[in-house]
Design a protein around this ligand. Structure first.
Ligand code: 13P
Length: 246
């Protein structure tokens, strides 16, 4: 089943979350062949969890810490997220990597903690513009995937991956569907190499300037297992259109 996910990033207060979800639940039409996920900021998870509990829309977090509890000021643990009904966590988003300096080693610990707690991680990978221009796209993506999954190869079937080229995030300039498909195929082959038994069980999503007007072009390709949407998910009607675009 394909996954269409909204990453709100640092947007929406509790009141704005209520308004959004009320509107989204009125507009969107559930369908058996796709999973829909909303990842609000931490402060909105409680209200979102209550509002979505009787709907098919899943709830996820945008980040987590790998320890269960303790003296980690400002962090949020997986048991806390599970109690709120989060079934997914976005891990290693490019903004976490490049603004907050998250290393591959930290991301690996977070993926490991998610697997231990039974919360499905959406591992984000993607190259910067300078990597693409230097012909390093595949090498960068391969390194990110290998390091994030180091020691976790047996569990590759329990994660999803989002390919989000950094130069396509928030720029209005998406990758071409053909470029996305070639990286998706590369990741698929890499996963097969890491664990031949996992074949086909990890969804590979595309993210980066997805909008209602281009979502269908990506979803035409069977290699693209779903979408991770930033700005265009902030409006409930626009996100509902993306969900229904294929
Ligand atoms: P935009 O859709 O705003 O480009 O953001 C993509 C993204 O980072 C989703 O995680």
């Amino acid at each position: 089943m394909r996954l269409i996910a909204a990453n709100w990033k640092m947007n929406k207060t509790v009141k704005e979350t209520e308004d959004y979800i009320n509107r989204f639940l009125q507009t969107f039409k559930p369908a058996d062949d796709r999973e829909v996920l909303i990842c609000p900021p931490f402060t909105s998870l409680y209200v979102a969890s209550r509002m979505l509990s009787n709907s098919p829309v899943k709830l996820g977090a945008q980040n987590c810490y790998y320890e269960k509890a303790g003296a980690f000021t400002g962090e949020v643990s997986l048991p806390m997220l599970k109690e709120l009904g989060c079934s997914y966590v976005i891990v290693g988003h490019s903004e976490r990597r490049h603004i907050f300096g998250e290393s591959d080693e930290l991301i690996n610990k977070k993926v490991s903690a998610c697997l231990e707690e039974g919360v499905r991680p959406i591992l984000c990978v993607g190259e910067k513009l300078e990597d693409r221009e230097a012909g390093m796209t595949f090498k960068v993506v391969e390194t990110q995937v290998r390091l994030a999954l180091s020691g976790l190869e047996d569990y590759v079937d329990q994660i999803d991956i989002a390919y989000e080229p950094v130069w396509a995030i928030g720029t209005g300039v998406p990758a071409t569907p053909e470029d996305a498909v070639s990286v998706h195929r590369f990741i698929r082959d890499l996963l097969k190499d890491l664990n031949p038994r996992s074949e086909g069980k990890t969804r590979i999503l595309y993210g980066g300037s997805v909008k209602p007007s281009n979502a269908r072009e990506f979803m035409k390709h069977p290699e693209i297992g779903g979408l991770l949407v930033g700005s265009a998910s902030l409006d409930p009607d626009s996100f509902a259109k993306i969900v229904e675009s294929f």
